[in-house]
Design a protein around this ligand. Structure first.
Ligand code: NAD
Ligand code: UPG
Length: 444
């Protein structure tokens, strides 16, 4: 059992803290956000993540997990410190390392143990761990020997606990063999393949993994657009491709592009790093460009269908960037909502979890509904922007009953074409043939 401190208890930090406590370590979580600390102390997660609250409460009750906003208290006994603060995009497009530097300084000023290992979970540009070491060493107030380990995080929001216990690999990067083997030991109980490498390569593995997954998505979205032109069905195509293990079935779901707190910022971040190193990343540039175009593909279909969206009543189903989270960071649904209002449309949106979060960004620009029924009633068209199960399970006859005319632009291919064909719904999806029924509503 080790005394572990987590610095920055947002999505990654809290999941890391709770799961390390679950496998038997003594964990102190520290964050500068006192409100969140108060919530977590009371066993409440500041954000939604399946399975997290149960583990949080369980480990609080066991006395295995503590929360504090006091850095001294958090770090005085720490042997291992995980940094999990944010690394957003800065105004000039580079990766904003200010939270990382601040965290490193706080660590330096408060650690007292003779030997301390600082582990970086945050996604940081290549070379940042060396910078962290430098910041710590220059700000130390006690005599401490500090070693640095990179341990990039690969969890997905919405399945973070599952991912932590069932990941494909754990990457540990360090230039200090002893520190790497201590961190390997800590992670062994997860029973997951551990790959040990050098510091710089570990940092690069994280960015390259996200960039590659984003590439798969933009690739399949372009193929989906081509399928629409030539009459093929992207779901059949992706399945048939994925049966080749070299390709794999995952991350080939066509839609309205990738959003969220990671892919957009990390693809930009890698391009920025490459630019600084004097190298171009042309494939990744194209991935970002395709993603920007894909974002508005649904809206373009609606514009083509109606000519003009001014004063049209539109329901958006889904505001979170993906299901099972209330996170709306870089959510494509939010961009679509915003753009539709710019076009003069009257938008009402519903999301099972992310209404409050969306309101903070969209404010009064749109209306908010508390159910699918409320959102779609009397609307001219529905946009589906997040693949929540609740939308997939929604009885299709209700679109017929409640909308002015049931016209759906589905950015997530939520319904099978067979299912939809049983209803009088005018249905546009991504990369699949348009159901050309004779009795479709002849309106503009
Ligand atoms: N969200 C994900 O799914 C995910 C997955 C893998 C990797 N990552 C990476 O992990 C990092 C954290 O992401 P996140 O989504 O958890 O961020 P987040 O914004 O949810 O949380 C960051 C937390 O750090 C705290 N913080 C900021 N400065 C601090 C300081 N000096 N001392 C203590 N606390 C401080 C903030 O108050 C906040 O609670 C990022 O680098 C991200 O790219 C995120
Ligand atoms: O086949 C797919 C898969 C995903 N997406 C979209 O891609 C985005 C990201 O989805 P996902 O990867 O499931 O969620 P994140 O929580 O952002 O997780 C990614 O970003 C994290 C932060 O770096 C990494 O840790 C994870 O491994 C990586 O999957 C979302 O908009 C999804 O709708 C698709 O359009 N098609």
């Amino acid at each position: 059992m080790k005394n572990i401190t987590i610095v920055g208890t947002g999505h990654v930090g809290l999941v890391t803290g709770v799961t390390l406590a679950e496998i038997g370590h003594q964990v102190v979580c520290y964050d500068i956000n006192e409100n969140d600390i108060a919530l977590m102390k009371a066993g409440i997660s500041p954000f939604y993540e399946p399975e997290l609250t149960d583990l949080l409460k369980k480990n609080l009750n066991k006395g295995q997990l503590f929360f504090t906003g006091d850095p001294k208290l958090a770090l005085v006994d720490a042997e291992i410190i995980y940094i999990a603060v944010g690394t957003p995009t800065a105004e000039n497009g580079s990766v904003d390392l200010s939270y990382i530097k601040e965290a490193a300084k706080t660590i330096a000023e408060n650690i007292t143990k003779q030997e301390v290992i600082v582990v970086t979970k945050s996604t940081v540009p290549v070379g940042t761990n060396k910078l962290i070491q430098q910041v710590i060493v220059t700000n130390l107030t006690n005599e401490v020997n500090v070693n640095i380990v990179s341990n990039p995080e690969f969890l997905r929001e919405g399945s973070a606990i599952y991912d932590t216990f069932s990941a494909d690999r754990i990457v540990i990067g360090s230039d200090c063999e002893k520190a790497a083997s201590i961190i390997e030991e800590i992670h062994r109980p997860f029973g997951i393949t551990i790959f040990i490498t050098d510091l710089l390569s570990a940092e690069m593995i994280k960015y390259s993994s996200n960039a590659f997954l984003a590439t798969k998505i933009s690739f399949i979205n372009e193929i989906a657009n081509l399928c629409e032109k030539v009459g093929a069905n992207i779901e059949e195509v992706a399945h048939g491709m994925g049966l080749d293990f070299r390709i794999g079935t995952q991350f080939l779901k066509a839609g309205i592009g990738f959003g969220g707190s990671c892919f957009p910022k990390d693809t930009r971040g890698l391009i920025q790093q490459a630019t600084e190193a004097g190298q171009s990343l042309e494939i990744l540039e194209a991935v970002i460009k395709v993603n920007k175009q894909q974002k508005y593909s649904l809206m373009n279909k609606a514009k083509q269908r109606f000519g003009n969206l001014k004063d049209k009543k539109i329901a958006i189903l889904g505001l979170a960037f993906k299901p099972n989270t209330n996170d709306v960071r870089e959510s494509i649904a939010i961009d679509i909502a915003s753009e539709l209002t710019m076009q003069g449309a009257l938008v009402t949106a519903y999301d099972p979890l992310a209404l409050e979060e969306a309101k903070q960004i969209l404010g009064e620009k749109i209306q908010y509904a508390l159910s699918i029924e409320e959102a779609i009633t009397n609307t001219d068209m529905v946009f589906i922007a997040t693949d929540w199960d609740e939308f997939k399970d929604f009885p299709l006859e209700k679109y017929e009953m409640l909308m002015k005319h049931p016209i759906i632009f589905d950015g997530k291919n939520s319904y099978s074409l067979d299912e939809i064909s049983e209803y009088n719904i005018e249905y546009y999806s991504v990369g699949r043939p348009f159901l050309n029924k004779s009795n479709f509503y002849n309106l503009k």
